[in-house]
Design a protein around this ligand. Sequence first.
Ligand code: KG4
Ligand code: ZN
Length: 311
Amino acid sequence: MCLRVGVSKARDIARVHRLPMVGVHHMEAHALVARLTEKGVEFPFVVLLVSGGHNLLLLAQDVGQYTQLGTTVDDAIGEAYDKTARLLGLDLKRGGGPALEQLALEGNPKAFNFSVPMRQRQNCNFSYAGLKNQVRLAIAAKNINAEVPLSETDTEERRLRADMAASFQRVAVLHLEDRCRRALEWARKIDPSVACLVVSGGVASNQVVRSRLNYITQEVGLRLVCPPPRLCTDNGVMVAWAGVEHYNRGMTQPPPPIDEPLDAWLDLRPRWQLGEILEEGVADAHKRSLKKTGTHPSLTAQVRSYAEGNC
Ligand code: KG4
Ligand code: ZN
């Protein structure tokens, strides 16, 4: 509904003022915003998008040209942070992720031995449903009652919850590290000139995520780029910037016909596939992407098709 309202308003403005239009893919906007805020982020680069709804690894080859290296086969990491924070009775006013990150500072990350997801799968896909379940069972086994807020617990109970938070976070981030290491390897095989890893989405503001990813990029001589936290979470600046990037390359649509009615049919794609899926990740991701993307070719396929003059 909100996509319909936004697109219809934008079309009306473009129609009245006879302005060209640029359709912006939400995930592309997350991927490109680092080129606004940081110097020297040239194509090709690898992008890790980590938010409440997405876990995505992409090779960004140009504006509108992406290869999907991996995606989540179930839940996203931000959702796992939020769920765990709720089960630990944390104050969710500023979001589950930041509250859990803060409590984890007090805990022992090795107190609980959760297993790292998908170690047997040699690809770049993610899964957080199993970890979420392991944590839920451990919380139940320790009789942690989410109804009792953290602020009302005694020292021992607070320590237990902090240990749980730190142990969850350690494994959640280890899974990111595994997948990013492999993604950098794959990306450099496709294009050896890859020089940086861009991390965006709400979870990119987490300091443990940043420092661990900084470590793995340094290991292979690459640069880690994180946009400032306020531009990592959903925001209008990133959408406007993606529009500028398309506009500068002439990738625009003409203004709608002057007589287009406000209730005209709109081609809305809330689950549009951004990039072409790399063969190695297809097996796990196949079911999910089919379910989510319907029959539309990806944005990348469409841009290539325009470039080749087929449309
Ligand atoms: O990108 P975003 O603002 O919105 C969408 O999900 O689209 O991301 C929000 C997610 C939430 O799940 C939130 O808990 C998580 O990002 N998040 C964090 C942190 N800050 C936000 N997760 C872990 N550590 C943080 N510091
Ligand atoms: Zn988003």
